[in-house]
Design a protein around this ligand. Structure first.
Ligand code: SAM
Length: 298
């Protein structure tokens, strides 16, 4: 009988694989491989994965997280952009019949189709990843905007970005990313992770965040596109007041009176800053802008 192989996520085994394949990590692809099984256990533990569930991994690297997911979930699909890693993954994941590695760029793949194909029999699906930091926000926004049938997203990301996703109104970290993420999800910081658990070590601190997908968005809006445009406008220039940002985006020079009247009806002070508005206030504001005669089309 074959001896069970050692986990990939140890410094020794990772270095051995990297040496044997002559791999050089590409900074441009955010390649920092995890070498700590305790951190992996925290990530996988936060997903609630069981044998009847599926996991989509983005960026399996050499398979450190993938093999832990294969043990916890019924089905794993892993999207990797770097062709050099495909033969490595073929070897490191050879013992796991429930894993499929897909070569491609997550930002370009049709994920809806992929879900239907790969997770047809699964009760629920989680996205789980140690994300490449250079594309964290576009990846998360793609997952949310495509309204994929997800239970949760558990990802390792740059600590500052995690703090922005989870920030409350009135704090310095609160911005358009906080509103967008909280519109779709309930975010929760799971762990702060030191840079020593990666090879090579990144320059920044990291955090594991769990985003639980809401059944319905946090607030009801008439026009979702206008809601996000309103949020973008409110944060366009953080040093400007809400009134001045809205004026620039929606009313134009002659529209100050109309803007002041509209905000007064909503009981929102135009002198406030965008970062003090709750999701509920943004929703009321967007609905009021939608009701204007010359409202932007949905
Ligand atoms: N999961 C591995 C681990 O934890 O050790 C590797 C994580 S590493 C931070 C990020 C991985 O994402 C790399 O393998 C990289 O090649 C891959 N990657 C980068 N950009 C990608 C993209 N647009 N689509 C899919 N994979 C990508």
């Amino acid at each position: 009988m074959n001896e069970p192989r050692a986990d990939i996520a140890t410094p020794k085994r990772t270095q051995e694989i990297v040496r044997r394949y002559g791999l050089t990590m590409k900074k441009s692809l955010g390649q920092n491989f995890l070498i700590d099984r305790n951190v992996l256990a925290k990530i996988v533990g936060a997903t609630g994965l069981t044998e009847d569930r599926g996991a989509l991994e983005i960026g399996p690297g050499i398979g450190a997280l993938t093999e832990q997911l294969a043990r916890a979930a019924g089905r794993v699909a892993a999207i990797e952009i770097d062709q050099r890693l495909l033969p490595v993954l073929q070897e490191t994941l050879a013992d796991y019949g429930n894993v499929k590695v897909i070569h491609g760029d997550v930002l370009k793949l049709p994920l809806g189709e992929l879900f239907e194909r790969e997770f047809a029999g699964c009760a629920e699906v989680s996205v789980v990843a140690n994300l490449p930091y250079y594309v964290t926000t576009p990846i998360i926004m793609k997952l949310l905007e495509e309204k994929l049938p997800l239970a949760n997203i558990v990802v390792m990301i740059q600590k500052e970005v995690a703090e922005r996703m989870a920030a409350s109104p009135g704090t310095k970290d609160y911005g358009s990313l906080s509103v967008a993420v909280q519109y779709y999800c309930e975010p929760e910081l799971v762990a702060i992770v030191p840079h020593t658990v990666f090879i090579p070590q990144p320059q920044v601190d990291s955090a594991v965040i769990r985003l639980r997908l809401r059944k319905e968005p946090a607030v009801r809006v008439r026009n979702e596109r206008l809601f996000f445009e309103t949020v973008q406008a409110a944060f366009a220039q953080r040093r400007k007041t809400l009134g001045n940002n809205l004026l620039a985006r929606f009313f134009g020079k002659g529209g100050r009176e109309e803007m002041t009247r509209l905000l007064a009806e909503l009981d929102i002070d135009p002198g406030r800053r965008g970062e003090t508005l709750s999701l509920e206030e943004f929703a009321r504001l967007a609905d009021a802008l939608d009701g204007r005669e010359n409202a932007p089309e949905s």
